[in-house]
Design a protein around this ligand. Structure first.
Ligand SMILES: C[S@@+](CC[C@H](N)C(=O)[O-])C[C@H]1O[C@@H](n2cnc3c(N)ncnc32)[C@H](O)[C@@H]1O
Length: 219
């Protein structure tokens, strides 16, 4: 089935807000705390081949490349506008990352491609449950045996304060796709996709709800 290239929720919910994405994330998500923790958790080493699904403006992919020049980093996103921003940021920083336009599909990478690590940040909360499942299943299929999945996203919202903050995200990205995350759906979906040793490594309270860092393994 061919997918409509425009069939995605833009980075900040509406396409006209995309130019504000990096600023909004910095101000509203305690970005430096969770993103640095995620990069530490991923811990790129020389020879790593890392895929960032829904890389947006490339903030995580570039952080990983800066942290470990000996790792190959590939960012994938269906939105050409955020990819153009990622490419400009990469040029400005003099960092060489691969940027791939499109959804994650069986045919996105040549048969036999294997990544040592797959990561995704702030993507799964804004896609339908079937798409969350599809991304996780394909991510597992692209991982080499022993490879790790690292996800940072809005997870179980444990307190009234966090649930209230998360409404800001829900008002932008819609309630249908975001509510399952707030109810803590992600670890179960990772299990369903065939991952093992699924752990919530860190929960970061932010003004827009809590962001959980998860790690899961492909046996
Ligand atoms: C909130 S942004 C997060 C961007 C980046 N990962 C970050 O941490 O800043 C969500 C991104 O997911 C992308 N996206 C939306 N639907 C997607 C899908 N079905 N598969 C992959 N990426 C998707 C959007 O284009 C957007 O760039």
């Amino acid at each position: 089935m061919t997918r409509d290239a425009k069939d995605f929720t833009p980075a900040l919910g509406k396409a006209w807000l995309t130019p504000l994405y990096d600023l909004a994330i910095a101000l509203l998500t305690r970005e430096s705390t969770w993103r640095r923790a995620l990069a530490r958790q991923i811990n790129p080493v020389p020879g790593d081949n890392i895929l960032d699904v829904g890389c947006g403006t490339g903030s995580l992919a570039l952080m990983l490349k800066d942290q470990q020049p000996g790792a190959i980093i590939t960012g994938l996103d269906p939105d050409p506008e955020v990819l153009a921003r990622a490419a400009r940021k990469a040029d400005g920083l003099g960092l060489d990352i691969n940027l791939v336009a499109g959804f994650l599909e069986e045919k996105t990478f040549p048969k036999g491609t294997r990544f040592t690590k797959v990561t995704s940040s702030l993507v799964l909360h804004q896609v339908p449950v079937a798409e969350k499942e599809r991304i996780l299943r394909l991510a597992r299929g692209l991982l080499a045996p022993g490879g790790l999945l690292h996800v940072a996203d809005y997870g179980l919202q444990r307190t009234a304060l966090m649930r209230t903050g998360f409404r800001i995200v829900q008002s932008l990205d819609g309630y249908e796709n975001t509510t399952p995350n707030a109810r803590g759906i992600l670890p179960g979906l990772m299990n369903k996709a065939g991952f093992s040793n699924i752990e919530e490594m860190l929960v970061v309270a932010t003004p827009t709800g809590s962001i959980s860092l998860y790690r899961a393994a492909r046996d």
